[in-house]
Design a protein around this ligand. Structure first.
Ligand code: FE2
Length: 195
């Protein structure tokens, strides 16, 4: 597969993701953040293909099902792009990580400083958890808007665990503590960060 084909697939994922966020965000902070994110992506970004890396846990993406339409377009475009992605394991704190976390999770960044689509102010990527995995508590300076494509629980700040559900979306303010956990099915979520 040549670089132009990978670029086309990556941009198709960004476009599908932009449309899905547009149709699913709930609150003003999310709306403002995703507007900043996707306005900054105009298709002129440098593409920097990387040697793909995949973990056993990535097979769980095959179990994800979403309704046709905006979410289906995101999932289809992700699956087309996935063979070209460099999946990675979280670096940094394991605070409150659950049993099996290391082998039970993977993240992939599509847009970002060192990602396939290079950008200094946007990170756009995905997290995948196998069933019954609890991701560590973490925080980061950029604000973040999630779009969730499966069941799974989240918390941020002082909130209890909540379940956005398929197509659910919520906003994390800068440095707010947050985490996610899967139940009996895998968790697959998209995140968009604005630096
Ligand atoms: Fe985060």
């Amino acid at each position: 597969m040549n670089q132009d084909d990978i670029a086309t697939k990556a941009r198709a994922f960004v476009q599908a993701t932009a449309a899905a966020y547009g149709g699913h965000v709930q609150d003003t902070a999310s709306r403002q953040s995703i507007t900043r994110v996707f306005d900054a992506l105009d298709g002129s970004e440098t593409i920097q293909p990387q040697p793909p890396v995949r973990y056993d846990v990535c097979k769980w993406v095959n179990d994800v099902t979403v309704p046709e339409g905006l979410l289906g377009d995101v999932l289809d475009s992700f699956r087309a792009l996935e063979p070209h992605l460099l999946w990675s394991r979280r670096t940094g704190s394991r605070a409150n990580a659950g049993p099996g976390f290391e082998d039970g999770h993977a993240n992939a960044m599509v847009v970002g400083k060192n990602a396939l689509i290079r950008h200094d102010r946007v990170s756009l990527g995905v997290s995948l958890l196998a069933p019954n995995i609890r991701y560590p508590d973490h925080n980061h300076p950029p604000e973040e808007t999630y779009l969730v494509l499966t069941e799974g629980d989240f918390f941020h700040g002082d909130s209890d665990w909540f379940t956005p559900g398929v197509g659910g979306s919520f906003h994390n303010t800068p440095m707010i503590q947050h985490a996610m956990r899967s139940g009996d099915t895998p968790l697959f979520a998209i995140w968009a960060l604005w630096y």
